[in-house]
Design a protein around this ligand. Structure first.
Ligand code: KIV
Length: 263
């Protein structure tokens, strides 16, 4: 059965939502086949696929290109496109026009924007024009230059008060769910209890309504260290390296192709 934003909302308190990122057709088909309810074409594309050190450089055109590939691989999962840095911050008009491109040109089901209560007017404008929005608070990587690093947010009481106000404002503006990134587990729990919409945690502890991981992290595709919250469910980087080494050895030794691979 097709996942819709209404079905994601209705899952709160009923079913934990196991969400993942995808950036290409092949991975999207596998994620969709596993029954994952929400597939995010994250701007983590910048780092996972394009080799940048932050999410900031990825462009609208790159995000559209990868979102369209993911949409082609999915039959049931809700596809959310992450709006890249400066595609929605300049003006409501530009935010609306760029969000519309993800729906119209790439076939996404919804968009994600980073930011708290100050983002409510954009969320309202998108909703009023038929574009569902996933909010994103806590650590917001598009503000990394201002935040000063990938640090846990919401440790101070005044930050928790602000996060609660942000979550309430984004829900009132019409977000169908909220990503909570890198907040202490008790804060994730408090935000989840206070919100009427599902919270989807990444480094936000056990009590969120759902979880999301960057697929490259959970598959062990990186050689560099992954963050503490990113459990590695596989070591595909090591598996791929072994395959590349074996192929190279066999070609060099003349044992590939053998009879069975030749016409
Ligand atoms: O870009 C991304 O992958 C994200 C997730 C970490 C939520 O925003």
């Amino acid at each position: 059965m097709q996942w819709t934003t209404a079905r994601i909302r209705a899952a709160k308190g009923q079913q934990k939502l196991a969400c993942l990122t995808a950036y290409d057709y092949a991975t999207a088909t596998l994620i969709d086949g596993a029954g994952v309810p929400l597939t995010l074409v994250g701007d983590s594309l910048a780092m996972a696929m394009l080799g940048y050190t932050t999410t900031l450089p990825v462009t609208m055109e790159e995000m559209l290109h990868h979102t369209a590939a993911v949409v082609r691989g999915v039959t049931q999962s809700l596809v959310v496109a992450d709006m890249p840095f400066l595609s929605y911050q300049v003006s409501l008009e530009q935010g609306l026009a760029n969000a519309g491109r993800f729906i119209k040109e790439a076939g996404a089901d919804a968009v994600k924007v980073e930011g708290g209560a100050f983002r409510a007017p954009l969320v309202e404008a998108l909703n009023q024009n038929g574009i569902p929005v996933l909010g994103h608070i806590g650590l917001t990587p598009q503000s990394i230059k201002q935040v000063g690093g990938y640090k846990v947010q919401g440790r101070a009481p005044e930050q928790v008060t602000q996060l609660l106000a942000d979550a309430a404002a984004l829900e009132a503006a019409g977000c169908f769910a909220l990503v909570l990134e890198c907040v202490p587990e008790p804060v994730g729990r408090q935000l989840t209890a206070a919100a009427g919409i599902p919270t989807i945690g990444i480094g936000a502890g056990r009590y969120c309504d759902g979880q999301i991981l960057v697929t490259h992290d959970m598959l062990g595709l990186h050689s560099h260290l992954t963050p503490r919250f990113a459990k590695r469910y596989a070591e595909l980087g090591a598996t791929m390296t072994a395959a590349f080494d074996a192929y190279k050895d066999e070609v060099e030794a003349g044992t590939f192709p053998s009879d069975e691979h030749a016409y």
